[in-house]
Design a binder for this molecule. Sequence first.
Ligand SMILES: *[C@@H]1O[C@H](CO)[C@@H](O)[C@H](O)[C@H]1NC(C)=O
Ligand SMILES: *[C@@H]1O[C@H](CO)[C@@H](O)[C@H](O)[C@H]1NC(C)=O
Length: 176
Amino acid sequence: MIRSALLMIVLLMSTDAEALQVIGGDVTVVQGGTAILPCHVIDTNDDLTQITWQRKTREKPHNDNFLTILPRDGAQFVNGRDDRFKYIGNFNSKNGTLQLSNVTLKDEGSYTCIFTLFPSGNQKTQIPLNLLGTLNFFFTLSSTINLFLLPPLSLLNFIVQRNAFLCTHDNKHFES
Ligand SMILES: *[C@@H]1O[C@H](CO)[C@@H](O)[C@H](O)[C@H]1NC(C)=O
Ligand SMILES: *[C@@H]1O[C@H](CO)[C@@H](O)[C@H](O)[C@H]1NC(C)=O
């Protein structure tokens, strides 16, 4: 009884003391599909001054800023625009969520959203974007085929080779 009461108090205290956190996610999308890159901050009363998105993908292997979101100007591309990205979050509720449409293999990688907060400074999290493309599909398909078809095939192969060996052997036998 006392133990559970103590546990209760500890739990309440720890939720009370919970600190600012940036919540992201792990995203998987099919090629040509639309990905939602979720990102928001919880447990803070800080002022949000800017949201920045960085990416490190197959196409752009260096972690670079590509989008900044300011309260007045909204979303702005940093190194060239890419209209497939759309800011669908909400600045006032500290939501930096992005939408990426027509996803290609080149987009696969790691996306980082950074919240510039006052007074706590920059807080960020990484969101991996994985592609479930045709490549993966064929890989899965071929391993399934290997698994189910190869054993009978190799057995057949073995039988054919054995018969061929026996035939040549028999022929030689006849010849001699
Ligand atoms: C996405 O692909 C569709 C179909 O190919 C095209 O009509 C559309 O303009 C593309 N959208 C963007 C933002 O590139
Ligand atoms: C953030 O914005 C996205 C897109 O509008 C929405 O789906 C999501 O529920 C929002 N997250 C929170 C915590 O409000």
